[in-house]
Structure formats: C-alpha cells, structure tokens
Design a protein around this ligand. Structure first.
Ligand SMILES: NC(=O)c1ccc[n+]([C@@H]2O[C@H](COP(=O)([O-])OP(=O)(O)OC[C@H]3O[C@@H](n4cnc5c(N)ncnc54)[C@H](O)[C@@H]3O)[C@@H](O)[C@H]2O)c1
Ligand SMILES: O=C(O)[C@H](O)COP(=O)(O)O
Length: 630
C-alpha cells in the first residue's frame, strides 16, 4: 500500500526517454533519402519551437507530421528503438515506478501508439497515459491526429490535468514549457524541470526545482531510490587545465564538475575546497594541511600526474581522504623527450638553430657527436628510468644506472654501486628520481665535480633536485657541456612571465615542465584517474590509492554497502559489528584493510535497514568517515 496522496505527472519525450520520439520516427522514415538531413533539421527546429512555446503546439504537430511521411508499419520499430532510449536514471529506478504505479500519470503531447507499450513496462497502464492519437489514411500512412483531443491543442496539458481533478499534491516532472504551464495555471503544485537529457532555459527558469535526473527528484522528495546520494550532488573541482576528457568522463557519470585552467594558491583553495567532494590537480597545486583541514566534504584527491608530494598524504589519510595518481600514463612521453634532448644536446642542434634564427650560418662539426657508443647514466631506475634504458640501448648507447633501491638491470645496462661511480663514467647524466623532498639539491657542487668534463646533465624529474646556481656556474665555466632542464625549484601557477638564471646560456634546452604534456599522456590520464575516482565513489575500491589501504571489492547486487574509515586503534571493528548486530543487519560480505594509522572496513548487507544504524555507526568512537553507498 502506498501511503502518499501525492500524484506524479511525468512528461514522456526527453523525460522518461532521452529522445523526442517524433525525431526518431523521422530518422527512420527518411533513412536513405537524399533530403534526409535538411528535413531532420527542419523537424527538430519545429519541435523546439513548439516545446519552448514559440509557435502553437498544434501548428508544430501538423507541420512535423506532414514532413514525417510515416506509416503504421513504422510504429513497432519505433517502439523497439525507444525501449533502448529510456533515460538512464529512470531505468535505474524502475522499482519506484513499480511501487508507486498507482499515483503516477503520463501526460504527453506525444502519441499513445508508442507511449503506451513503453510505459506499460514501468507499471503505468494505458488508462493513466494521456496523449494524442494518430490518424491514418486507407493505405496506413499517418496523415494527422485526433484534433478533438485537448492534448493536440496549445496548452492542452493544462486542460487535460484539470479534467483529471487529481487529489493531493500534484508534482509535474518534465523538460518543456508545456509541462511548466500546468503549474503556472495553478493546477499542479510543483514543477520539476527535468534536465537529464536536455536543458531548456525556459523550463529551468520557471521551475520550482531543477532536477538533473530521477535520483535527485527522489532524493528531494525522500522517496526510495537506487542511489542513496545522487551523483549530481557530488561536486568535483578540477584544476590545472586537466584534459577535457576528464571533465566529460566525470560529467557523463552524473557528477557536478567545475574545470579551472590554472593552479590556485593555498589561501584561495582553503575557500574553494569547501563543499567539494573530489579535487583534481596536477603537479602545481599544493594540497596542504591547511587546505585539508578546510575541506569539509572531501573524499578524494586525484593527482592527474605521477608526482604526489604536492599533497600532504599523511594528513589526507588521517582525514579519510583517499589519493590517486596516474603512475604510468606519461612515462613514455618523458622518455621520448629525454631521448630527443640527449641527441639534440650531443649535436649542439639548439646552438646551430639559434644562430640561423639570428641570421648567422655556422656550419661546423665542433661539439657535435653521435650518441652511439656514448655512456648514458640514468639516476633513478624506476618506470621512466627503465624505459629510457631500453630505448637508449636500442640506439647504441651504453647504459649505466644508479638507484637507491635494488633494481634489475634491463638489457645490457650496468648497475652502479654508487652515484659517484655513475657520474664519473657518464657522458650524459639524466635524472629520474622520485619527487621525495629528501632529494633536494641531490645534484650540487660535489656531484657536478664528480661528473666528466664536458658532460651533459638532464633533469626532467623535479626542480629542487638540482642546485641551479651551481649548475649555472658549471655551464658557464665549461665544466659541463650542456643541459636540458624541464623542471625548476619555483614554477609559476599559470602561463606567463618566467625567469631562471639558466636563461641565455649556450647549449641549454629550457622547457616549461612539459615532459608529460603530450596529447597521448594527458588523454590517458584523463581516462585513468577519473576511473579510479569513480571506482572509489561508486563502490569503495581503493586499488592503487597512494595513501590508503588498498581494497579491491567484489561487485554487489541487491545489497547495501557501508564504508567505514576509522583510526586504527583496538576495538573499533568489534564495535562496528556490535552495532550491526544490534540492528539485526545480516552481513553478506565484510572486508577490512588497515595500515598503521587507519582501518577501512566495508560491510555489505542484504536487506533494508533502520536508518538509525547509520547514526550509530557514525558515532562509533574513532570513526573518521562513514559513507553509505546504496
Ligand atoms: N617533467 C615531467 O613532466 C615529468 C613527468 C613525469 C614524471 N616526472 C618525474 O619523474 C620522476 C620519475 O618518475 P617515475 O615514474 O620513473 O618514478 P618511479 O617512482 O617509478 O622511479 C623513481 C626511482 O627513483 C629512485 N630514487 C629515488 N630517490 C633516489 C635517489 N636519491 N637516488 C637514486 N635513486 C632514487 C627510486 O628508488 C625509484 O626507482 C618523478 O620525480 C616524477 O615526478 C616528471
Ligand atoms: O608528476 C608528473 O607527472 C609530472 O611532473 C607532470 O606534471 P604535470 O601534469 O603538472 O605537467
């Protein structure tokens, strides 16, 4: 038995389905005809004019039906097509229609011939579907519609709803002007502009509430729904010009995403982080303790790059904020750049190129050498270092490497026991150590002195790794024969003016931290990181999190999932299970992963639960964060 006296009046086209049915019918009937595109455009224009109330609805219908040239036999295929086009959140919440069928109505200016069979599957019988009907000629062609039906006339929905004389609060859910006018005329109590498929200004401006999908509508009405917290309520702030695919991926999933082109300073971020659930950054934005303490809703930080030391990972963890990065997406891009720079520097290409740009022809073999047979010293034999090792060998270089961790030599590379061993043997030294702050001034006076005279230094890792004044001195004195620098101790937050002491030096390639800035890498990152974020938000998975116990969770159907993050102190797990037992929850699966600071426990439960259990779990001592997935 449904207790509510409230009635729900749904529009059909672009609300229950993601499309306008007559547009789909036109696509079908015009298929293969030479004027198809022109006629389709005309039909869509007429549809929009009618929906927005710019021409009378009757006129819009008449003109479209003439252009359609459809036949009775096209209708079954149209229904088949529309079945595939049910709006995503409507389909997800089929249970709502099944349980509330008695109080749901469809009032549409579309046609019963295709609406009835579609909505019948959603427990809405033909008697609660109010729509137009087609007229056919003797050969079965659609030639018009029943003009006696109020829904074929301008503002017909008002008349239709009035005649139903519904009791209780009436809520109208639709995308267009014709839906809104029912509320304007005072026959409906509330109008919800439904924007899942199309956002129509007129409807949105006049709505009591804009609902981007059915989950939000059910949430604000406190009705049972598939997702406990609608995704459009999850705010994502993406900084530093991450690839637009990231915006698209996350928006398509239903989140509310804001894209900012540059990094923002701490003071500003402290303000902007409020209410944000997911923060996306690259290497510039500092996610400090202060920022994390101001973050009242933050669940995830996504580093759309490799480095993560710009994030205070410890504080994030203690606040239950999970961090992800993209550890491999730009590896190849950095390797290719390093390889190119090695060749350019060994041949003094930039010096020769600058001369010609300045109007000078200077053909010479001076300071121009092949890389074949030369010694390449790779410092940091991680993902980038190892790949560079393989490619450098393939073009004939002899590879030496040094790493603080034990690393297996690839190909014929030679492992060096000390940094000094590597520096003293290399013609080119390239730095690929990680962004650990302990690596500050890793290359200073002593290390440069240990390098061969005329050797080349490449730094594509982090700016603070090299002592720049010392490097400048070594380049000026001729101790070093050249350098390629992509990263600097201080980098600007956005494009514009930049100064470094390295400017103007011969045989020095300076680039603005673009080692990982290729279309391929950025596109891959924009796929990889949002997937990690969505996996965590949607199912609680923390696989590949850089600061959090990793858990890969099985998919759960028809179950509720509670995510509980707590301080790792004795007794919390027992307390959680005590609460679950008290509320007679049947646990179908429970997963726990801990590190020395936090515990992350996921409980899957197989039946409806008393909402008080949520409060009780939040109140368990040492709880950091608690989230219900569904
Ligand atoms: N310029 C760019 O645009 C760009 C792009 C991508 C990555 N990076 C930077 O490149 C660096 C390497 O990236 P990765 O993916 O290969 O990292 P990685 O973690 O896979 O490898 C780093 C390696 O450095 C080693 N290491 C750390 N400190 C060391 C030290 N003091 N001496 C010797 N070895 C040390 C580690 O043991 C590890 O093997 C990182 O700093 C990353 O931030 C820069
Ligand atoms: O950490 C990284 O992946 C690189 O430094 C690239 O950083 P970016 O995305 O800020 O260019």
């Amino acid at each position: 038995m449904v207790e509510t006296a409230r009635k729900y009046v749904f529009d059909f086209d672009s609300t229950l389905t993601s499309v306008e049915a007559l547009d789909v019918l036109a696509e079908m009937t015009l298929n293969g005809k030479s004027n198809k595109d022109a006629v389709l455009t005309e039909i869509q224009e007429i549809t929009n004019l009618g929906i927005d109330g710019d021409i009378s609805f009757t006129e819009s219908l008449e003109r479209r039906i003439q252009l359609l040239n459809a036949h009775k036999t096209d209708l079954p295929s149209l229904v088949t097509e529309l079945r595939q086009k049910i709006s995503k959140s409507i389909e997800e919440n089929k249970a709502f229609f099944e349980n509330y069928g008695d109080v749901i109505y469809v009032i549409s200016c579309g046609f019963k011939e295709f609406i009835d069979p579609i909505v019948a599957e959603y427990n809405i019988p033909s008697k609660r579907v109010y729509a137009n009907t087609f007229e056919f000629d003797d050969d079965g062609y659609i030639i018009g519609f029943d003009t006696a039906n109020v829904l074929s006339s301008h503002n017909g929905k008002i008349e239709c709803l009035k005649s139903l004389n519904l009791e209780g609060e009436v809520q109208v859910i639709g995308d267009g002007y014709s839906d809104y006018v029912m509320r304007e005329a005072g026959i409906a109590d509330k109008f919800f502009a439904y924007t899942e498929n199309v956002h129509r200004e007129k409807a949105a401006n006049n709505a009591d509430y804009i609902t981007p999908n059915l989950n939000e509508f059910l949430f604000v009405n406190d009705l049972p729904r598939k997702i406990s917290y609608p995704k459009n309520r999850i705010k994502i702030l993406l900084l530093e010009n991450v690839h637009p695919d990231a915006f698209d991926n996350l928006s398509e999933e239903g989140f509310s995403v804001e894209l900012v082109k540059h990094a923002i300073p701490e003071e500003e971020l402290v303000e902007r982080i409020k209410g944000v659930h997911v923060l996306g950054i690259r290497s510039k934005t500092q996610v400090t303790k202060k920022v994390l303490e101001a973050a009242d809703r933050l669940l995830v930080v996504g580093a759309f790059c490799i480095g993560t030391t710009q994030i205070d990972l410890e504080t994030a963890k203690k606040k239950g904020v999970v961090a992800f990065n993209a550890p491999y997406s730009n590896t190849r891009s950095v390797v290719e750049m390093a390889l190119g720079q090695i060749i350019m520097l060994k041949r003094s290409i930039f010096a020769r190129s600058t001369e010609i740009h300045n109007g000078k022809w200077f053909k010479t073999a001076l300071n121009s050498q092949e890389v074949r047979g030369k010694n390449l010293g790779i410092v940091g034999y991680g993902n980038i270092g190892k790949q560079l090792s393989v490619l450098a060998e393939a073009i004939g270089m002899r590879v030496y490497y040094y790493d603080v961790s034990d690393r297996l030599a690839l190909g014929n590379a030679t492992k060096c026991a000390t940094l000094e061993d590597l520096l003293s043997v290399s013609d080119v030294v390239t730095l690929h150590i990680d962004d650990n702050k302990a690596n500050k001034n890793f290359i200073g006076k002593r290390e440069i002195n240990q390098m061969r005279d005329g050797a080349i230094l490449i730094n594509l890792s982090r700016g603070f790794v090299v002592d720049i004044p010392t490097l400048v001195e070594a380049l000026k004195s001729g101790k070093l024969g050249g350098a390629a620098i992509d990263v600097y101790p201080e980098e600007p937050r956005s494009n514009g003016e930049f100064y470094t002491e390295l400017q103007g030096l011969d045989n020095v390639i300076l680039t603005p931290h673009i080692g990982g800035s290729t279309e391929e890498a950025q596109r891959d990152i924009a796929d990889f990181v949002p997937n990690k974020i969505m996996d965590y938000i949607n199912s609680g998975n923390t696989v590949d999190a850089v600061n959090f116990p990793n858990i890969r969770l099985p998919k759960q159907n028809n179950a509720h999932r509670f995510l509980h993050i707590h301080k790792n102190v004795p007794g919390v797990m027992a307390k959680i299970n005590e609460v679950l037992a008290k509320y007679e929850m049947n646990i179908t699966g429970q997963y726990l992963s801990t590190d020395s600071d936090v515990g992350y426990v996921i409980s899957d439960l197989d039946k409806e639960y008393n909402k008080d259990v949520i409060k009780a779990l939040k109140n368990v001592k040492n709880t950091i964060k608690f989230r219900v997935l569904y």
